[in-house]
Design a protein around this ligand. Structure first.
Ligand code: PGA
Ligand code: ZN
Length: 412
């Protein structure tokens, strides 16, 4: 047991160069938990607000003025810390204090508790006695809100080494595909600059279908069969395309529009043609019934909600009632506090919804989400393939492979 002795914060920058908040929680004057909050670019309508009035300084001022509310609490008492945050902000979306603050305070407290107890963070977050590694899934080619004009409308083409038996092999395979894709892109287009999007995926001037074909080719060049050693995934991030006025999905860069029915067929064709293991937000964030069509059609594919479910246990309950998805993204900062996110995870587990713990496009170099992915029994950990802030999470998995309590890969 260790009591919080101080809580301090500062303004830093995330991987996109935007201001964010970092929080230090210390227990017993020496056990430091330190967390720097990430932030998204394709943000769900119903997710927690990052900062009050978009000002990280405001969140910093609030924690400085209210540190006494936290000092003396047990650093491992996640509920107590969550309640202290809620006493400052009882809104549903953390609009008064900022979800980024709730994220950083709760995770930093748990990290401090884990140091005080001499246990790794994943063990502090879970009462289980054995754990498995989630499969790393990462962006190899990006467009949409994460890359500029000329790139695909689709936000992310992802790689996952589903045939790997070890975390080392899974990470190495993803890296090999990312690297091979660069060669394929260079061969296709001699003017390809090797430019990358926000999450480290290549950002070539390519239309959606061609981008998928080339990604599949990179896997085949390495001797892999799609669906065997590796599988592709897609984050359609369809809310970016959805035009409320037209009631259509507008693909500006490729120059076409999809009605709701056409969008479902568009996604279904891609899932079938490229043998996807994973399809995220294939329709917009309020299209619960359209998602249900895809879930019914593809029971063995992870039909995943991100903007659809926004790590909210209430919205996930709605998605479960309408059978909208069989998998869901867990982004702690969409929910706000880690307590909120773990409640979401428990609703997911009770209803056989597979979890994918995920980074944000604007990240810090922290690696606590690798532990959160393990502790929440996530099937996948979506943290990119390359880039310092992405590699930090993958390297943490490699360090954790030295740990006896984690054995083997998750069953997808
Ligand atoms: P974001 O997007 O972090 O930019 O919101 C990532 C995603 O949509 O999965
Ligand atoms: Zn997404």
């Amino acid at each position: 047991m260790s009591k919080i002795s101080s809580i301090e914060g500062r303004i830093l920058y995330n991987s996109r160069g935007s201001k964010t908040i970092e929080i230090d929680v210390k227990s017993e004057g020496k056990f430091l938990g330190r967390v720097c909050a990430p932030s998204g670019a394709s943000v769900g309508k119903y997710e927690a607000v990052s900062f009050p009035n978009e000002k990280p300084e405001e969140s910093l001022r609030i924690i400085q003025e209210n540190s006494q509310k936290f000092i003396g609490l047990e650093s491992s008492d996640l509920k107590g810390i969550h309640d202290a945050l809620k006493s400052l902000d009882n809104s549903t979306n953390y609009s008064k204090i900022g979800g980024a603050l709730a994220f950083a305070v709760t995770i930093a407290a748990m990290e401090s508790a884990s140091k005080a107890s001499g246990q790794p963070l994943f063990k502090t977050l879970s009462s289980e006695s054995s754990f498995k590694f989630p499969f790393p899934i990462g962006n190899i080619l990006g467009g949409g809100a994460h890359a500029g004009p000329g790139t695909p409308d689709i936000q992310e083409i992802l790689i996952c080494a589903i045939g790997s038996k070890t975390i080392e092999d899974a990470i190495e395979t993803n890296l090999a595909v990312h690297k091979e894709l660069r060669s394929v892109l260079e061969n296709e287009d001699s003017s390809f600059t090797n430019g990358r999007g926000d999450e480290g995926g290549w950002a070539p001037k390519l239309e959606n279908q061609k981008a998928l074909e080339i990604s599949a080719k990179a896997c085949e060049n390495l001797g892999f069969t799609l669906g065997k050693e590796v599988s592709l995934g897609v984050d359609f991030a369809s809310s970016t395309q959805w035009n409320e006025e037209k009631q259509k999905y507008v693909y500006d860069r490729s120059g076409f529009e999809n009605s709701t029915g056409e969008q479902i067929d568009f996604a279904a064709n891609i899932i079938e043609k490229y043998k996807l293991i994973y399809a995220e937000d294939a329709v917009h964030e309020e299209a619960f019934e359209d998602m249900a069509e895809l879930t019914a059609k593809f029971p063995n594919i992870l039909i995943t909600g991100d903007d659809l479910t926004v790590t909210s246990k209430n919205i996930l309950t709605k998605a479960i009632d309408s059978k909208s998805c069989n998998a869901a993204i867990l982004k702690v900062n969409q929910a706000g506090s880690l307590y909120d996110a773990l409640e979401f995870a428990s609703v997911a587990h009770q209803n056989n919804i597979k979890l994918i713990t995920s980074h944000r496009s604007g990240e810090s170099t922290d690696s606590q989400i690798s532990h959160i992915g393990i502790a929440t029994k996530s099937k996948m950990l979506k943290v990119g393939v390359v880039g310092g802030e992405r590699i930090a999470k993958l390297n943490e998995l490699l360090r954790l492979s030295e740990h006896d309590l984690i054995r083997g890969m998750a069953e997808i």
